[in-house]
Design a protein around this ligand. Structure first.
Ligand SMILES: *[C@@H]1O[C@H](CO)[C@@H](O)[C@H](O)[C@H]1NC(C)=O
Length: 142
């Protein structure tokens, strides 16, 4: 009983410590490091801001979207084990390592661009908030 409680608290603390809210510039630097084209970076930061408030632990239970970019479990991540379009488990999109999240959004972008005007259209916040000039999202970052 006591052990269970201690373990539960330890797990909660672990999860809380693993949660991370990125700053705009921090996210921008990660995107640049993973060779995202510079002209796209303001738009990615805008999307993350409007999707998750830049928090890695964001979950939308209604649409079943995960992480800082709110990646959909419908097509891109799998619940039980790694799988679907990005070959990932949805839980792996919630930790503070966003390397896999960025690889996944690159894939989503590429796949979506085959049938929409551009790859950002996979995100509903894009036409609403991030379609125009997004340079101010990364102002002073580089
Ligand atoms: C987004 O994050 C900021 C900074 O931590 C916080 O002040 C704000 O309340 C958050 N907004 C939402 C809608 O959660």
């Amino acid at each position: 009983m006591k052990t269970t409680l201690v373990l539960t608290i330890a797990l909660a603390l672990f999860l809380a410590c693993n949660a991370k809210q990125f700053s705009k510039c921090e996210l921008a630097r990660h995107l640049l490091q993973q060779n995202v084209e510079k002209w796209q970076i303001g738009t990615w930061v805008c999307i993350a801001q409007h999707e998750s408030n830049l928090s890695t632990t964001a979950i939308n239970r209604k649409t079943d979207d995960y992480g800082i970019f709110q990646i959909s479990s419908l097509y891109w991540c799998n619940h039980a084990r790694a799988g679907k379009g990005c070959g990932l488990s949805c839980n792996s999109l919630l930790d503070d390592d966003i390397h896999d999240d960025i690889q996944c959004v690159k894939r989503i972008f590429k796949e979506t661009a085959k049938f929409r005007v551009n790859g950002f259209m996979a995100w509903t916040v894009y036409p609403k908030f991030c379609k125009g000039d997004t340079r101010h999202y990364v102002a002073g970052c580089f």
